[in-house]
Every structure is written in structure tokens, then in C-alpha cells.
Design a protein around this ligand. Structure first.
Ligand SMILES: [Zn+2]
Length: 241
């Protein structure tokens, strides 16, 4: 275990204030027995103003990385502010889905008792792989079969929930499952189907440099699992797009 690994020993907030924000947040997570993997959302443990502290910490460590790479950031005008840019990009953009709460979503009761297959997509996916922190760019399609007790959410909200989940270092298989769990809980449909097709830049930029590497994943739940014709209908509507 690394020396700075937080133990479950209780520390009060006053003591925590003396620690860097990242350690303070880790103490709260460990105290609450809460997982904090790369693709977990930890917003419930981040207090106001702490994202500014995290950004400054990341900037300082990123500056150390550039130094370790033996890049003269003082004289190289291109890399003067790289540490700050990368810190902002991580916290406020590409990994933002870890640090902010889920976008607010209004749910409507299904008063019209809609029970027809509904497809949302393609929704643009911008994510990063947990292994190399390289971009993952792709598209996702969501099929929903509502019942009279389902909650309906606006079309744009599917895209916002998807973006919130994808804006974390991810593994594609887990990302699709996380998205399915979130939608299942909110919409409570009879059937839910998700297909994600994405391009993993760690395959282009490094490693085998295989340029044909698209990865496709799907999750089928409820009616989509039981009913092959429904599944076929969903998949056939995707291939036309
Ligand atoms: Zn990778």
C-alpha cells in the first residue's frame, strides 16, 4: 500500500483542511466505503471550491511530468502553459463526468401510454480509455420500449446523461453498462437496448497501430433479451443510419 494511502481512521473536517484537496476527498471516500475508480462519479464528496484546488494540484503534478520528460517549459513557448491547459482539460472537460453531479433531468409520466419502440441516436461519444488516457470517439444508439409506468425523459436528456457518463476515463464495455443502469433506473422501460461503436485512439497512436479498430458493444435488457424480433427491429433501424 502506498505511504499516502488513506486509512479508515476517522479524521474530522478540521484536520482534513490541512491536507491537499485530493487527499481530503480520498479520506471522505474511504470513510464512506465508496469506490473511486476512474469511471466513478465522486461529486458527492467534493465540496465547493475544491475543484479549483484539484486543478492546481493536477497542474503542479503535470509540470513535474513535463520535467520528467526533459522538456524545457521555461524557454519553449509552446509548452509554457501546457501543465495548466492539461489540468483544465482533465478537470473541466474530458473527465468532468467524475466531478460534477448528474445533469438535472425532468421525468414525465407516460400519460399517453406509449408502448412503441423508440430509438435515440446516434449520440456522439467523447471519452478516454482508462489504460492510456487516449481519446475514444464514437456513437451510441439507445432503444427504449416504454410501458404505461415508465417515466419519459426529453430526447436531449439522453445525450446529456450519456455525455456525463462518457466524460470519464472508461472501458467501453463498462461505459455501456453504466449508461444502461442509469437509464433503466430513470426511465423504467420494459426493454432497453444500447449499441456503442467507437474508435480507440490508443490503437492508432501507439501499440500495433491498427487503423481498422472500431469496437462495437451492446447491452440488451428486458424485452430486447426475450424478443428476437424486437431486437432485429432495433438493429435494422440502426444500420440505416
Ligand atoms: Zn487504451
Amino acid at each position: 500500500m502506498p505511504a499516502d494511502s488513506p486509512t479508515k481512521l476517522f479524521r474530522n473536517e478540521e484536520e482534513l483542511q490541512r491536507l491537499p484537496a485530493s487527499q481530503r476527498i480520498r479520506y471522505r471516500l474511504v470513510g464512506a466505503d465508496c469506490r473511486y475508480h476512474a469511471n466513478d462519479n465522486i461529486s458527492a464528496f467534493v465540496r465547493e471550491g475544491e475543484l479549483d484546488e484539484l486543478r492546481a494540484e493536477v497542474q503542479a503534478k503535470m509540470q513535474d511530468v513535463l520535467q520528467a520528460l526533459v522538456i524545457d517549459t521555461e524557454n519553449d513557448h509552446n509548452t509554457n502553459d501546457t501543465a495548466l491547459r492539461v489540468a483544465k482539460m482533465f478537470i473541466d472537460e474530458v473527465f468532468r463526468g467524475r466531478y460534477v453531479r448528474m445533469p438535472s433531468v425532468t421525468e414525465f409520466p407516460n400519460v399517453e401510454r406509449l408502448n412503441e419502440l423508440m430509438i435515440v441516436g446516434p449520440v456522439k461519444v467523447r471519452s478516454a480509455c482508462s489504460h492510456h488516457l487516449c481519446p475514444i470517439l464514437g456513437r451510441v444508439w439507445i432503444g427504449v420500449l416504454p410501458n404505461e409506468h415508465s417515466n419519459l425523459i426529453g430526447l436531449s436528456k439522453y445525450a446529456r446523461i450519456c455525455d456525463w457518463i462518457m466524460s470519464r476515463p472508461q472501458i467501453q464495455e463498462e461505459a455501456v453498462t453504466m449508461l444502461a443502469n442509469e437509464l433503466q433506473e430513470r426511465v423504467k422501460p420494459d426493454g432497453l437496448a444500447i449499441v456503442m461503436e467507437a474508435d480507440h485512439f490508443c490503437m492508432h497512436w501507439r501499440g500495433v497501430k491498427d487503423d481498422e479498430s472500431m469496437m462495437t458493444n451492446s447491452v440488451m435488457r428486458g424485452a430486447f433479451l426475450k424478443d428476437a424480433s424486437l431486437r432485429r427491429e432495433f438493429l435494422s433501424l440502426l444500420s440505416k443510419k
